[in-house]
Write a protein that binds this ligand. Structure first.
Ligand code: NAD
Length: 502
């Protein structure tokens, strides 16, 4: 009996819903054929539709959570999110609870996958690193009035730092020369402004890498016009989500775009497409996205040789026109999922003619796991970037449910602020100033922001938050207050935005 000189890496496995079982089965067959199972033990856990159907609104059992946390790696097929009913996406939940803060996706033209760029001879080969857990993906939303719903968008300095540092480290490891930061900081000056500011700070630790920033709308146009100018783009969560799908379109669709969600302790590797309910159960799904994501996972744990062999076999098969029904030369027969996978297995050990693919490390090198799971944290950590900042209260914004006119709101609020340290300085509606000045053409809805700032002669820091609460109580005697935001300075700089038109 062979003596196992190294322990196997345990990987939690979820086949997924819909086509999940079919493409995961195919992918595992391929990994096994490449000798991966010598070094890896897959532990199947329960997540997704069946768990939701048993009334578990989180979509994963406690046992599944414990296993993923114990393994530190989750390999998953697509999972269905129940429509309506308040159930959150299990895919987003998994990324967020386990702090898989960076979503890394590779977009590369593949042989046999015809696109307008491949036909024009334009090479596409770049990475997107998407911030994965902040931004609008908190899903923090409120109905504040009959007509208005608000979503909160959160951006933190440590959250930005984690994703920027991961991106630069990855770029350095891959020998990339230039990294772009995509953003919308011209409009979201504080949230995306922070994302960009931290990009610039972290970039200083990687002086050999050239950097640039690009506004996300211009980025979309540039990607379509000249995708070859990009090597790596870092983006906030929602923008990254949208731009990633645009990028997938450049290389032939979601079926060819692998995805890794990397965290400090736990990482998740998954296909980016969904459960394809329209073709589920027919054995015709394309497993390429999951296979390529599996390769990212093998490289994550150190099985470089096996990953390179599989990658080359996939490329050889694609070059030779091997295809499933969703892509490729319609003149050639479309293979079932299992036959497509068998064709790849048959090409293990071959080298692609196109010169793409990866050099395969010599036998006995880079073919053992190097992955060591970081120790389990003792408690939920609070991560911080800016320490010793001096902040002072200087007012508050109060959000009112009312259909009064701006003038009438101003009269009421001026009365409420009498005998307080505050004066009414601004009223806005949907972010646009409507008082003390504004345009008659600005239409209002039943939700106003009224801003109170300290009167002349009162200094920031002369009092604390309680005085703003006292003002709030006075307003709440007559109005329904939907929400309230404290206004503060941080090291003397205002920590709140101006209104449009202010
Ligand atoms: P989808 O990606 O499942 O399907 C869109 C289209 O692409 C369909 O026509 C489908 O047949 C085709 N397609 C997708 N993957 C394919 C493959 N591997 N081979 C061949 N064709 C493929 O998107 P959808 O229909 O919007 O979503 C269906 C379900 O998937 C929803 O419940 C959604 O919540 C879930 N979903 C899950 C994930 C994930 O787990 N990461 C991602 C997206 C959607």
């Amino acid at each position: 009996m062979a003596v196992d000189s190294h322990p196997k890496v345990r990987i939690a496995l979820v086949p997924g819903d819909g086509i999940g079982g079919e493409i995961m089965g195919a992918t595992l067959d391929l990994l096994q054929a490449a000798g991966v199972n010598e070094h890896v033990e897959f532990v199947t856990v329960e997540m997704g539709r069946e768990v939701f159907e048993k009334g578990n609104t989180r979509g994963m059992t406690d046992q599944a959570m414990a296993t993923v946390e114990d393994c530190g790696i989750l390999f998953k097929g697509p999972m269905e999110t129940p429509k309506g009913g308040g159930g959150k996406s299990i895919n987003v939940t998994a990324r967020k609870i386990w702090n898989a803060f960076a979503n890394l996706r590779h977009f590369q033209s593949l042989p046999g996958v015809s696109t307008v760029y491949s036909q024009a001879g334009i090479p596409v080969n770049f990475y997107i690193v998407r911030e994965n857990i902040e931004d609008t993906y908190g899903g923090i939303e409120y109905r504040h009035t009959n007509d208005v719903i608000q979503g909160k968008r959160l951006t933190s300095a440590p959250g930005c730092d984690q994703v920027h540092r991961f991106a630069f480290q990855t770029a350095r490891r891959m020998g990339l020369k230039k990294v772009h930061c995509g953003h919308k900081a011209n409009i979201m000056k504080m949230t995306d402004g922070l994302f960009l500011e931290r990009f610039r700070v972290v970039a200083k630790d990687f002086p050999e890498i050239e950097t640039a920033d690009v506004i996300v709308d211009a980025l979309c146009m540039n990607l379509v016009l000249r995708p070859q100018q990009y090597q790596m783009i870092i983006l906030p969560n929602l923008q990254g989500d949208i731009v990633s799908d645009l990028a997938a379109g450049l290389v032939g669709g979601l079926g060819f775009a692998p995805s890794a969600n990397i965290g400090r302790h736990i990482s998740i590797f998954e296909a980016v497409h969904g459960t394809a309910p329209d073709i589920a159960g027919r054995g015709i799904a394309n497993p390429t996205s999951l296979i390529l994501s599996g390769l990212m996972m093998l490289r994550h744990i150190g099985l470089m040789r096996q990953a390179a062999m599989i990658e080359n076999a996939v490329l050889c098969a694609l070059e030779e026109g091997v295809r499933t029904g969703d892509f490729g030369d319609q003149g050639r027969p479309a293979l079932a999922t299992a036959d497509f996978t068998r064709a790849i297995i048959d090409r293990l050990g071959k080298t692609p003619r196109s010169g793409k693919g990866s050099p395969v490390p010599a036998e006995g090198t880079q073919d053992k796991p190097t992955f060591v799971k970081p120790p389990r944290p003792i408690h939920q950590e609070v991560i911080r970037t800016y320490l010793n900042v001096v902040s002072h209260v200087c007012g508050c914004d109060v959000y009112l449910d009312t259909a009064l006119s701006p003038i009438a709101v101003a009269e009421e609020m001026t009365r409420a602020a009498a005998d307080t340290p505050f004066k009414l300085t601004l009223i806005s509606n949907r972010g646009t100033q409507v008082w003390p000045t504004g345009s008659i053409y600005t239409e209002c809805v039943d939700y106003y922001r009224v801003r109170f700032e300290i009167k002349d002669g009162v200094r920031p820091g002369d009092f604390g938050q309680s005085r703003t609460i006292a003002l709030l109580n006075r307003i709440a005697e007559k109005f329904t207050v939907g929400s309230y935001e404290l206004l503060r300075t941080f090291d003397g700089v205002k920590g709140y935005s101006m209104a449009q038109g202010q």
